[in-house]
Design a protein around this ligand. Structure first.
Ligand code: ACO
Length: 399
């Protein structure tokens, strides 16, 4: 790779690169991807090992601070997060003001921005202690905001977090518990959700992470930068694909058309229909996360005793696509979003919460990338060039 930062100044030439297909925007030590080989590593550790042997909080620590925590460091990290879970009580008015139809992703990004107004005395990005405390606030409070966005959408009362519970347990109770009875934890769900969060925790310079870095490069604080990242994630070509996959599977089922007919429609690019949950800018091989999610989906449904025809439909769709020349030639394989929705649905989450779950998983990555960008002496405000294609100078000529 070549450093072209000062090319325009030296030569007057500008590289036009739609979608930044060939442009690296930063150096990073956080995540390694080899898209051709289907390899993903966080801080050097293969994703398969982390998903099998670690927990989401350990992975969050690894991404943010660079190494896996010792037992004492993990206990301290977990404890301090538990003690920061409460939202300012007035945040209930934020949620009260939203219609119950509000999309949970919009409620989440707006809620995060609203929450930052309670911490205006500690937003200076140049003060390391503020960065530390806001790191913890984000990890502790974003899941609570997410659960309240869910509760709002189904018209149920908000619960206060329970500091006796671990990260994932607390999150599940806030989403599915109620005031009338004790929430019974299902270890299968806890384990599956923990694993899914690990798989989503970072993915180098994807659209939402690049958004977080770009907004952060202006000097904006972590709350504002990550709120912008949540909005970038919401798009159906990015995190919103997990919601779109379930919608697509539901439409195929309800239309009564065969899977093959739907695939033909995709290949003919009819009405711009795409196979959602397929394809990736970087992976030109099976997304290693999708492989783990697929195994998990089968196991979770089996253990919960759920027989979801949408899983069978997804598997049939994958099989047909993998054997089809259109998909083979373009190296289109299932990505992480293809099977996650089936699991989230089995857990009881409404479809519109799926991308919110992605955001909770991606949070440590956004934090780690924001922090790395601020620690990198070469970081400067992100400001792409353009090639102007508009009208030459013209005049109003009004007398
Ligand atoms: N279904 C059908 N055709 C596809 C798909 C798909 N899912 N994805 C790409 N293609 C086709 C394109 O139409 C194009 O075909 P052409 O050469 O005949 O014009 C070719 O494959 C190359 O695709 P691009 O759009 O150039 O690939 P790009 O890297 O820009 O896009 C993206 C990657 C956005 C992920 C794309 O594959 C897509 O839209 N997938 C569906 C949405 C999705 O699942 N997004 C989640 C991504 S993972 C994540 O964010 C966590």
């Amino acid at each position: 790779s070549i450093d072209v930062s000062s090319l325009t100044k030296q030569t007057g030439l500008t590289a036009l690169d739609y979608g930044f297909v060939n442009t690296a925007s930063t150096r990073s030590r956080i995540t390694y991807i080899d898209g051709e080989a289907g390899i993903l590593r966080y801080r050097g550790y293969p994703i398969e090992e982390l998903a099998r042997q670690s927990t989401f909080l350990e992975v969050a620590y690894l991404l943010i601070y660079g190494n896996l925590p010792t037992a004492d460091e993990l206990a301290e990290f977990d404890g301090v997060i538990r003690r920061h879970t409460l939202l300012h009580e007035d945040m209930k008015y934020y949620f009260e003001g939203l219609p119950h139809t509000a999309h949970p992703m919009a409620a989440l990004s707006g809620g995060l921005q609203a929450m930052s107004t309670y911490y205006e005395d500690s937003l200076d990005t140049a003060v390391p202690e503020f960065v530390e405390v806001n790191t913890i606030r984000l990890l502790a409070k974003l899941p609570v905001l997410a659960a309240y966005a869910h509760k709002k959408s189904v018209g149920q009362a908000f619960l206060y977090p329970d500091n006796n519970l671990g990260f994932v347990e607390n999150f599940l109770r806030l989403n599915f518990g109620n005031m009338a009875e004790e929430y019974v934890m299902n270890p299968v769900l806890v384990d599956a959700l923990d694993k899914l969060l690990i798989l989503h925790a970072d993915h180098e310079q994807n659209a939402s992470t690049s958004t977080v870095r770009l907004v952060g490069s202006t000097g904006a604080n972590m709350f504002s930068s990550i709120s912008a990242g949540i909005n970038a994630l919401s798009g159906p070509l990015h995190g919103g694909a997990n919601e779109a996959v379930l919608d697509m599977l539901g439409q195929i089922r309800d239309s009564g058309q065969s899977v093959q007919t739907f695939v033909e429609k995709v290949k003919n690019k009819e009405d711009g229909v795409k196979l959602m949950g397929f394809g990736h800018r970087v992976y030109k091989n099976y997304d290693p996360r999708a492989r783990i999610v697929k195994e998990s989906a089968g196991r979770v449904l089996e253990e919960l005793g759920i027989n979801d025809p949408l899983l069978d439909l997804a598997q049939e769709l994958e099989q047909i696509a993998l054997e089809d020349d259109y998909f083979k030639e373009r190296k289109l394989y299932p990505n992480v979003d293809f099977y996650t929705g089936v699991i989230y649905k089995a857990m009881g989450f409404p479809t519109r919460m799926f991308t919110v779950l992605f955001a909770i998983g991606r949070l440590p990555g956004w934090i780690a990338q924001w922090r790395e960008s601020h620690e990198d002496s070469l970081t400067k405000i992100g400001r792409p060039q353009q090639l102007y294609m508009g009208s030459p100078e013209r005049h109003l000529n009004r007398s």
